[in-house]
Write a protein that binds this ligand. Sequence first.
Ligand SMILES: *Cc1c(COP(=O)(O)O)cnc(C)c1O
Length: 511
Amino acid sequence: MYFISTRGGEKVTGAQAIVQGLAKNGGLFVPEKFPVITAEEMSAMAEMSYPERAAFVLGKYLAEELGADYLKEICEKAYSAFEGNDPVPLVKVDGESSLYVLELFHGPTCAFKDMALTVLPYLLKKSCEVTGVNDEILILAATSGDTGKAALEGFRDVPGTKVAVFYPDEGVAKMQRLQMTVQDGNNVFVAAVEGNFDDCQRGVKNLFASEEFNAKLAEKGVRLSSANSINFGRLAPQIAYYFSAYLDLLTSGQIEMGDKVDFVVPTGNFGDILAGWYAKKMGLPVGKLVCASNRNKVLADFFKKGVYDVKRDFHRTMSPSMDILVSSNLERLLFEISGRNARLTAQRMKDLAEKKEYCITAEEKAILDEEFFGGFAREDDTVEAMYEIFDEFGYAMDTHTGVALAVYMQYKDWREKKDEKADEPIVVLSTANPYKFPQDVLYALSGNDVKDSFKGIKRLNLLTAMKPPKSLLELRYRTPRFKTKVKNDLGQMAKVILGFVSGEIVPTPDK
Ligand SMILES: *Cc1c(COP(=O)(O)O)cnc(C)c1O
């Protein structure tokens, strides 16, 4: 199975795409053709455990090269680190309505990034083997809060790898920062960057593109790869949970094979929702994919008007992992709706970089209208939605999921107006444990403000009777190891990474 660049010119195998992360011309790797999962295969998948389902989906892209048995083994290993019997429980929040919540946050770092970042190190290791790459791999990631921790934890002390994470100094929640700065391991590095996530992501992309920087790394026998959702190896494991949610609805008798299901996805970099769209391309009966944004509603405007315009203020919100204006993975969608026109996709990305906007054609817009629904929630809409569901059904969710829930309500109204009898299930993807954002969640559910995150955890525990994750409680007793802060500047970012790689920058020893 081959992968091609959204900006043309390059054709590689799956293993090469995973090792490389990004195409040489800055494009993203996409499958040359979407593999299909048939209804018969789905019936067989219904009997499988989650790790088996995930391995089956991954196998459609990677089994030829990495081996079906290997994929099964690594999915078993990766998801055994999740809490509870089912790594991705589908919860019916109330008795009657069509609302389901797919909880994707039961992994080691309490956010949905674990779904892929627990698997990626294994995919990368084998991909290096089969492509004959012996260099040390440096995983370089920009994070809006959750990718960083999940990547650090996933690659911690994995032989042959190092992992370095840049986070926006003022753009992450307290718990997220603490989770990253106390990270254990001998191959990890964390630094804050002045500015917001877009600055941070641009800086990292520029490092990937810098020949000088890559040459300096190569001198040390090091090569870059990415843990952001621009890497296909990060995207692929995310496709699996869409299938799994559908199969859970099927086996519990809520739907019949072939019935459509809608998904609501709290969106930032467009990776999670793109995986849902890939699932649809592979044959999953998906109705609409609902793209939920917070106040940074570039995507909601894009779905409404067909113009992607980042000339606007950046807002910091209670859902920091969605505070993004430039959604990287949209490039993969643009590539598809343009009829796989690489030249046009490259031009649009150039327009985005230079003119800060691009627009799509009426034909392309019609495809989006058919497949997607875009909405956004202000902070008070989010709080209201979280409160309402907690008050009525006793279900507590995090602030990102709160955005999705607020947009779910808009979507449900829209759907009912269009077709009064529409009652297909709607699955809201829940992307983080509420305890990761304890102060904001406590405020939404009870109106109480507390100054300290750990006090927030305690109060939230009293209020909801939900068990707080041990990994978050333990943070209280840890001192940060990483204090590096850099300007939003390519030279400075390169310098600290080279310092880390050559062992000149040494963090305080762990524990
Ligand atoms: C990363 C993240 C999102 C957004 O996912 P994308 O793939 O970037 O669209 C939403 N919620 C949480 C909690 C996240 O960590």
